[in-house]
Write a protein that binds this ligand. Structure first.
Ligand code: ANZ
Ligand code: ZN
Length: 815
C-alpha cells in the first residue's frame, strides 16, 4: 500500500465511485425502517461557508450511520432560490436573478460534493423552478379555497430600503431582518395566512416535541404569547358606538380612570379629529413598535368619553403611544393605580389615580408607584372585600350577564402577511376582477411564471410594471382583469419544501402516500435563528395540510438540532469586514475534506460555538495519518487475513480478548453517540481505539489484528469517508466501505475477558478478584478460597452455604 494517504487523488476518485454505485440513493424500500435526515436548505448566495460545512458534516455522518444500519435513508438537498439578494444583484449588476441563482447553485453544489456529502441528488429541488412554482401555487389555491388565506388592507411593516412589506417576525429591533433599515408603517392591501387559527395547537403541540431544544420551544411560546383575560365593551358617550378593550385584570375595573387607543385604532378613522389628535397620531404612526416602546409614554385626549359598564362612570378616551394595535383589541382600560405604564402616563397627564386593590400604601395614603400585587378589593361596589383573583372571574361573569363583556384569550402571534413587492419570488396566483373580485388562477393555467420583460429599477412591485404580465382575463367571467402584482414571501417556499423531497417532480405538490411514510423528518439540523419564522411557519403548514386532508401527521420535525456557530479564534463572528472568514475550499485543498469534517465534528459539542483554530485541521489530518501508518505496519496481517472475523473463538491470548472488548465498547459508544449527536465523544473513542491498536502485537495474532482493523475502518467511514475507502481498498477489502453493514455489538464481548467479582463472608465485603466469564461456579469459588484472607475466615468454621452470582459475587455463609 501507499506510504502516505494523498487526499488530492483519493477524494474525487471516491466521490465518483459512490456516485457510480448509486450509494446514496434513497431506495424507497418499504421493507426497511425509514430515516429522514435534513439540514435546513441554504439560500443560493453562491457561497458555502464554514458554518454550512459544520452543519452538513453532522447530517452526513448521521445519514451514513443510518444507511449502514440498514435504514431506508432519505438525505436530500435543495435550494432556497428566491429572495432579495439575487434581485439586488440584478439591480446592481444588470444580471438576471435567474442567472445569478443558477450559477450560485452550481458552485454551492460543487462545494458540497467536495466535502463528500452523501446527498441523493436525484431528489434535488429548487424553489425557483417551474415545477416548484406550480406546486406551491396549487397549495396557495388550496389554502385560499379553504379560507386559510385572506386579503386585508392594513397597516403593515414597510422597509424603506427593500421597498417591501415585512411580517412582524421579520422586524428585528425596529429594523428590517435582512438589511437593518428602520421599518415604518404603511397602509397596503396584503394577503395573509391565517396562522392564528392554529395558535393554540402550535402552542400546546410544543409540549409533545420532547426532542426539541427547550430554548426553541420557549422562543415559540413567547412569540405565540397566549394570554387569558376579559374583553369589556364600553359605550361611547353620546354616540351609537362601543369600544372594546382587552384586560387581564378585570378585577381592577372600578379603578379605570380613562381609556387609551392605539394610534392605528379604526375608531379614529371615522371621526373628524381635532388637529392636535390628528398630528399626534400621524407622528406616532411613522414609528415602529420597538421605537414607541423606547419613547416616553405620551398621548392626547380625543374629546370623547366612554361609560364604564360596571358602574356607569364617564371616563375620557385618549390616544396613546404605548397601546399597540396588533395586540388584544388595540384599546385598553387604563388603571393607573395597578399598572405601572398607566401610572406613569396618568402622572404626566394629570389624570386621576384610583386604588381598588388594598396594599402598597398606608390606609388613606396615596401610591407613589402602581401596586401590581395581589390583594383584596376596595371601593369596588358589590365586589369589595373579594380577593382579586376571584373578583376577576366574578366581574367577568357580571359583565357577561349584562352583555358587556366576556372571557377572552389573546395571542401575540400575528397573522402572516405574505405579499412582497418583489420580482424574484413565487407569483401570487390571483386575478383581480372588478366584477368578481379576487379569483384564483385556474389549475390548468398553472404555473404562473415570472415575466422576463420587467424593469428592475424603480420602486414598488416590479411585476406591476410589466403590462404583459398584469393584463389578463378573469378566470370566472372572462372579462378584463389584473393580476396580483406581488410575489410570496420566500418563507412560504421553505414552509413545505421538506414535503417535496420524496417526490420532487410530481405534478401535485407531494405524493401523500410517500410523504406519510417518510415524514416527519427524523433529524432536522439548522441554526437557532430560525426558531420563530421558519419553524413556526413549517409547523403551521403541516397542521393546515393535515386539516385539508393532504397528509396524516401533526408535526414536521421530530428531532431538532441547532448547531453552534463557527467563530474566529478569538470567538468573534466571522465577517468580510473583519477579514476573519475561513474558506472551506482552502482547508480542503490543504488538509483534505475528511480532516476538515473531522475537525468540525471533534472540536466541541455540536451545539456549542466553535472557535476556529488554524492548527485544528492539521491535528485532524495527523490522526488520519496515524491510522494510515498503522495499516502500513499491519499490512502483512491485513493481506493475509482478508476474511478474518473477530469472534471469541479466534482470540487466543488475553491481549486479543482485551482488544476485542475495546473494539466492541467502541462500536457501542460510536453508535450511541452519533445517534444523539455527540460526534466529539464518538471521535474521541475512535482515537482511543487507535491507541489500543498501536499497543497490540499484530504479529502474535494477525487474524485478530486484521479483523479488528477492518472494523475500525467501517466506523471511521462515517466521519472520514474518503480515507476509509482508500484504506479499505488498499488493504484488500472488497467492495466499498459505504456498502458494508455497520458492525454489530457483541454483548458478551463488551464485558471483557475478565471481570471483577466481589468476595464476601457472611455478606461482609472482603475483596474483589478477577475471573474469566466462562470460568463457572466451581472455578470462581476455588479462586476465592485460595485468597489468604478468605481462608483465614473460613478456618474452623462450619460452611453453611456458598452463594454464587455469576459475574458478580461469591458469598460464604458460615457459623
Ligand atoms: C387593565 C389593567 C389593569 C391591565 C392592571 C394590567 C394591569 P398581557 O399579560 O401581556 O396579555 N394591554 C392590552 N392590550 C394592549 C395593547 N394593545 N397595547 C398595550 N397594552 C395592552 O397584558 C394584558 C394587559 O396589557 C391588559 O390588562 C392591558 O392592561 C394591557 F392593573 O388592563 B390591563
Ligand atoms: Zn370576473
Amino acid at each position: 500500500m501507499d506510504q502516505r494517504y494523498d487526499h488530492h487523488t483519493a477524494e474525487e476518485k471516491w466521490q465518483k465511485k459512490w456516485e457510480a454505485a448509486g450509494a446514496f440513493r434513497w431506495r424507497n424500500d418499504l421493507t426497511s425502517p425509514k430515516f429522514y435526515v435534513l439540514e435546513m436548505f441554504p439560500y443560493t448566495s453562491g457561497h458555502l461557508h464554514i458554518g454550512h460545512s459544520r452543519n452538513y458534516a453532522m447530517g452526513d455522518t448521521l445519514a451514513r450511520l443510518r444507511r449502514a444500519q440498514g435504514f431506508d435513508v432519505m438525505y436530500p438537498m435543495g435550494w432556497d432560490a428566491f429572495g432579495l439578494p439575487a434581485e439586488n444583484a440584478a439591480i446592481v449588476k444588470g444580471q438576471h436573478p435567474r442567472e445569478f441563482t443558477a450559477s450560485a447553485r452550481e458552485s454551492m453544489k460543487a462545494a458540497m460534493n467536495r466535502l463528500g456529502l452523501s446527498y441523493d441528488w436525484a431528489l434535488e429541488i429548487d424553489t425557483s423552478s417551474a415545477e416548484y412554482i406550480r406546486a406551491q401555487q396549487r397549495l396557495f389555491v388550496n389554502f385560499f379555497e379553504k379560507g386559510l388565506i385572506y386579503r386585508d388592507i392594513t397597516y403593515v411593516n414597510w422597509c424603506t430600503r427593500c421597498q417591501t412589506v415585512l411580517a412582524n417576525e421579520q422586524v428585528i429591533n425596529g429594523g428590517c431582518w435582512r438589511c437593518g433599515t428602520e421599518v415604518i408603517k404603511r397602509h397596503v392591501p396584503q394577503w395573509f395566512f391565517d396562522i392564528r387559527k392554529y395558535a393554540d395547537e402550535l402552542l400546546d403541540g410544543l409540549d409533545r416535541l420532547t426532542e426539541w431544544p427547550d430554548s426553541v420551544k420557549n422562543i415559540q411560546r413567547s412569540w405565540i404569547g397566549r394570554s387569558h383575560g376579559t374583553e369589556i365593551l364600553f359605550r361611547i358617550d353620546g354616540e351609537d358606538a362601543t369600544l372594546k378593550v382587552f384586560t387581564t385584570r378585570a378585577d381592577t375595573l372600578f379603578g379605570c380612570t380613562f381609556l387609551a387607543l392605539a394610534p392605528e385604532h379604526p375608531c379614529l378613522d371615522t371621526q373628524e379629529l381635532p388637529a392636535e389628535v390628528r398630528e399626534f397620531r400621524e407622528r406616532i404612526l411613522l414609528k415602529s413598535a420597538p421605537e414607541r416602546a423606547l419613547e416616553e409614554k405620551r398621548g392626547v385626549a380625543t374629546g370623547r368619553h366612554a361609560i364604564n359598564p360596571i358602574n356607569g362612570e364617564r371616563v375620557p378616551i385618549l390616544v396613546a403611544n404605548y397601546v399597540l394595535m396588533d395586540y388584544g383589541t388595540g384599546a385598553i382600560m387604563a388603571v393607573p393605580a395597578h399598572d405601572q405604564r398607566d401610572f406613569d402616563f396618568a402622572r404626566r397627564h394629570g389624570l386621576p389615580i384610583r386604588q381598588v386593590i388594598a396594599g402598597g400604601a398606608a390606609p388613606g395614603g396615596s401610591l407613589d408607584q402602581a401596586y401590581e400585587e395581589a390583594g383584596v378589593l376596595i371601593d369596588s361596589g358589590p365586589f369589595t372585600g373579594l380577593p382579586n383573583d376571584q373578583a376577576a372571574a366574578r366581574i367577568t361573569e357580571a359583565l357577561a350577564q349584562a352583555g358587556s363583556g366576556n372571557a377572552s384569550t389573546q395571542y401575540r402571534l400575528q397573522n402572516w402577511s405574505i405579499s412582497r413587492q418583489r420580482y424574484w419570488g413565487n407569483p401570487i396566483p390571483i386575478v383581480h376582477c372588478e366584477r368578481c373580485g379576487a379569483q384564483p388562477v385556474s389549475e390548468d393555467q398553472l404555473p404562473l411564471l415570472l415575466p422576463d420583460d420587467v424593469d428592475f429599477q424603480g420602486t414598488g412591485s416590479p411585476l406591476a410594471r410589466s403590462a404583459s404580465y398584469m393584463n389578463t382575463t378573469c378566470p370566472k367571467c372572462g372579462g378584463p382583469a389584473q393580476r396580483d402584482p406581488d410575489t410570496m414571501d420566500t418563507f412560504v417556499d421553505s414552509s413545505w419544501y421538506f414535503l417535496r423531497f420524496p417526490t420532487p417532480h410530481a405534478a401535485l405538490p407531494f405524493d401523500r402516500h410517500t410523504v406519510d411514510r417518510m415524514l416527519p423528518v427524523d433529524a432536522y439540523i439548522g441554526g437557532i435563528e430560525h426558531a420563530t419564522l421558519h419553524l413556526m411557519y413549517s409547523r403551521f403548514f403541516v397542521k393546515a395540510l393535515r386539516d385539508l386532508g393532504l397528509l396524516d401527521f401533526d408535526e414536521p420535525f421530530v428531532r431538532l438540532y441547532n448547531q453552534g456557530m463557527v467563530n474566529d479564534a478569538t470567538g468573534r463572528k466571522q465577517s468580510k469586514s473583519l477579514g476573519n472568514v475561513v474558506e472551506p475550499f482552502e482547508v480542503i485543498e490543504e488538509y483534505g475534506a475528511d480532516s476538515l469534517r473531522l475537525y468540525l465534528l471533534f472540536t466541541t459539542a455540536y451545539n456549542l460555538p466553535l472557535n476556529w483554530s488554524d492548527t485544528g485541521p492539521k491535528d485532524a489530518e495527523n490522526y488520519l495519518h496515524r491510522v494510515w501508518r498503522l495499516a502500513h505496519r499491519w499490512e502483512g496481517a491485513l493481506q493475509a487475513h482478508r476474511a478474518a472475523v473477530l469472534d471469541a473463538g479466534s482470540c487466543r491470548t488475553e491481549a486479543a480478548h482485551q482488544l476485542r472488548t475495546v473494539m466492541h465498547q467502541t462500536v457501542r459508544k460510536v453508535t450511541l453517540d452519533v445517534e444523539r449527536f455527540q460526534f466529539n465523544t464518538a471521535i474521541a473513542a475512535l482515537m482511543n481505539l487507535t491507541n489500543v491498536f498501536y499497543a497490540f502485537d499484530a504479529a502474535a495474532e494477525p487474524a485478530v489484528a486484521a479483523a479488528a482493523f477492518r472494523m475500525l475502518v467501517r466506523l471511521l467511514g462515517i466521519v472520514a469517508p474518503h480515507v476509509a475507502e482508500e484504506l479499505w481498498a488498499q488493504t484488500g477489502g472488497e467492495g466499498l466501505v459505504v456498502e458494508q453493514p455497520w458492525p454489530a455489538v457483541e454483548k458478551e464481548a463488551l464485558l471483557g475477558a475478565t471481570r471483577e467479582i466481589v468476595v464476601q463472608v457472611n455478606g461482609k465485603f472482603l475483596l474483589t478478584m478477577k475471573v474469566h466469564p466462562d470460568a463457572g461456579e466451581a472455578a470462581a469459588v476455588d479462586a476465592a478460597r485460595g485468597h489468604a484472607s478468605v481462608g483465614q475466615r473460613l478456618e474452623g468454621k462450619q460452611l453453611r452455604k456458598t452463594i454464587y452470582v455469576p459475574d458478580h459475587l461469591v458469598n460464604f455463609v458460615v457459623s
